[in-house]
Design a protein around this ligand. Structure first.
Ligand code: M6R
Length: 615
């Protein structure tokens, strides 16, 4: 989603803003822009497509003396919401060469504000909701307000989820910033200050970060930052020292971040495991904080891949701990008047910790009186800060838009929660607890073995790369994994794909089967494998091309399969209970290789964003 960066007090502010924007690229965007002041005028450069286009443009303009790098600048990567992808709609947006604004989020009441502003003579040049912001600033400045007062009045007028940065020619030594539900971090420098959509975007400039809270606004000068809360009281927000993770943000010899992140799993998952299993091999998860001082049911909310992790978590927690779990899409939860009968807490799952839908679900749960907990990867993210208890996956930055290592690490924490709850509520006896914990310790090595299947998976990728549609099937733990496999494939390769519970096929989806339609099944002997094989047979009989990923016990049960990949040999219970983690590796590699075969943008697929900060 959109990213913003602002800098004041650094000689080459524009170049540094472009560097910051580079670090926001992973979020997904379709155009970019930058603005600064030069000789009492706002200079703006914008471009469609990748950031490199903007960088080249700024370089050319600089060479021709049409752009000057000065000590104040703001920049933006835009993920279109209101208005097409074009230069006019790209940010920064300006008003009468006086104010420039970059914005992430949506101004929900922009239409009525726009109407009023137009009747007052303001000319709109874009189709965006954002453009009301510079015009509103201008309107209040014209009435004689200073930048801070004008900003306050703008905030009174607007509704929605937003984070924005404004500059004004009349106050060339000030940035006005504000946030409401969209993330924004202020960075503290010496003789300079910064603002960015996340700490990472400004960590080439400082490690000292202040996260604004909802409704906060601030006036940032070179040597001074004044922060106000939503009641306009001056307020001090905590300064946090963030560790620079920049060193980790390279492709490390891989072609894509996604490929690197898939291959990192055996080395980063131990970080997740070791932060929750202490040297005595007991699990360090505070179940009281999690809302389980006594047995109750749990609601888990999430979106996308994190939602599929939640579904797998439900299977584990119900089977291992006999604790009822309800899983809901975060975007549905707060609008459906949910019953909280029997629940004391909500768990949200979010890699980024910024998904607005998930954030809103947790805020709603708080209002309902539930404790809130999260599984997040990004420390310091809004969700990480707002929940009562945060369980961090600690797998390092995930740059590829597709969730890979964050998904498997979320699963690890969910499995740990299941064991801890099973122990607490006496559903799991000691030998079982120990063997489950030992399974986790074996997991990284097992993932490495699964990665060795890559060359066979490339063959499958080549076989399905031209399909119009692909069906994924799974049963039990592998049903949510089928959903995840389909999501991965569609988001990376743009091939239509759907996942189904194998047993559901005959209740409708089987109508989709036509000659040569690829049907992919993940299968592990779990006592129900013969039923799954029958489901596969039914698809085959109607012309489907069958691709089977299965263990030794099942692989020969589908002689009709077009292509079979036998997974390495692991002990029966280990491979069965941790099958969704093991099978996520072929699902990820398959999506990756189909995308590569088709030449799509693996790390930043079209229309997608890493951090989904709008509803
Ligand atoms: O950061 P989150 O885990 O909250 O993100 C949720 C989804 O937007 C995310 O999982 C999305 O589905 C990914 N692109 C999946 O690969």
């Amino acid at each position: 989603m959109c990213g913003v960066v602002g800098i004041i007090g650094k000689k080459n502010a524009s170049s540094l803003v472009l560097e910051g924007l580079k670090k926001l690229e992973y979020r997904g965007y379709d155009s970019a822009g930058i603005a600064s002041f030069y000789q009492k005028s706002i200079q703006v450069a914008k471009s469609e497509g990748k950031l490199v286009n903007l960088i080249n443009k700024v370089n050319d303009l600089t060479k021709d003396n049409l752009y000057y790098d000065t000590s104040i600048a703001l920049g933006h990567t835009r993920w279109a919401t209101h208005g097409n992808v074009n230069i006019k709609n790209a940010h920064p947006l300006t008003s009468e060469n006086r104010v420039a604004v970059v914005h992430n989020g949506i101004i929900e009441n922009y239409a009525s504000i726009k109407k009023t502003l137009e009747s007052e003579g303001y000319v709109f040049t874009s189709q965006t909701d954002t453009e009301v912001l510079p015009h509103l600033f201008n309107k209040y400045l014209k009435k004689g307000h200073d930048f801070l007062q004008a900003g306050r009045l703008v905030l009174k007028d607007i509704k929605g989820a937003f984070a924005f940065v404004a500059i004004c020619l009349d106050f060339p030594d000030q940035l006005f910033v504000s946030r409401n539900s969209s993330p924004l971090a202020i960075g503290l420098g010496e003789g300079s200050n910064f603002v960015g959509s996340d700490a990472q975007s400004i960590n080439h400039l400082t490690n000292k970060i202040i996260y604004l809270e909802d409704g906060d606004y601030a006036l940032i000068k070179v040597n001074n930052i004044e922060i106000f809360n939503n009641e306009s009281n001056k307020i001090d927000r905590k300064i946090i020292n963030v560790q620079s993770e920049l060193g980790l943000i390279t492709k490390g010899g891989y072609k894509h971040f996604m490929e690197k992140e898939i291959y990192e799993q055996p080395s980063v998952i131990p970080h997740t495991i070791s932060s929750f299993i202490n040297p005595k091999s007991t699990i360090d998860i505070d179940l009281d904080k999690l809302g389980f001082s006594q047995k109750s049911s749990l609601i888990i909310c999430a979106a996308g891949t994190s939602y599929y992790a939640a579904l797998i978590g439900k299977y584990w927690i119900e089977q291992i701990a006999d604790v009822p779990v309800i899983v809901d899409l975060a975007s549905e939860y707060r609008y459906r008047e949910p019953s909280i009968f029997g629940q004391s807490s909500m768990l949200v799952i979010s890699q980024s910790g910024e998904s607005l839908d998930t954030l809103m679900a947790l805020r709603y749960a708080k209002k309902l009186g539930l404790k809130t907990n999260a599984i997040v990867n990004v420390e310091g993210s809004t969700i990480d800060r707002e929940v009562d208890y945060s369980l961090r996956t600690k797998v390092g930055p995930e740059i590829g838009v597709a969730s890979t290592k964050s998904f498997t690490s979320q699963l690890v924490i969910l499995f740990l929660i299941a064991i801890a709850l099973g122990k607490k509520f006496n559903n799991l006896k000691p030998p079982k607890i120990e063997s489950y914990v030992s399974y986790l310790n074996k997991l990284p090595r097992a993932i490495s073995k699964m990665l060795e299947l890559e060359s066979q998976i490339i063959t499958v990728a080549q076989a399905i790369k031209n399909a119009n549609s692909v069906i994924f099937l799974g049963r039990g733990y592998l049903y949510p994994l089928a959903l995840e496999g389909a999501l991965k494939l569609k988001e990376l390769s743009y091939i239509h794909a759907e996942g189904f519970a194998a047993g559901e096929m005959k209740h409708g989806p089987i109508a989709l089967i036509e000659d040569k339609l690829p049907v992919i099944m993940f299968l592990i002997a779990d006592g129900l494998e013969d039923k799954s094989i029958s489901n596969l047979q039914e698809a085959h009989s109607r012309g489907a091309k069958i691709f089977l990923f299965a263990d030794k016990a099942c692989i020969d049960k589908a002689p009709f399969a077009h292509f079979k990949i036998e997974i390495p040999n692991f002990s029966d219970e280990f491979k069965s209970v941790l099958s969704p983690v093991l099978m996520s590796i072929p699902a990820q590699l398959l999506a990756y290789h189909v995308a590569k075969e088709r030449g799509t943008d693996v790390d930043q697929p079209r229309n997608l964003a890493k951090s989904v900060t709008v509803e």
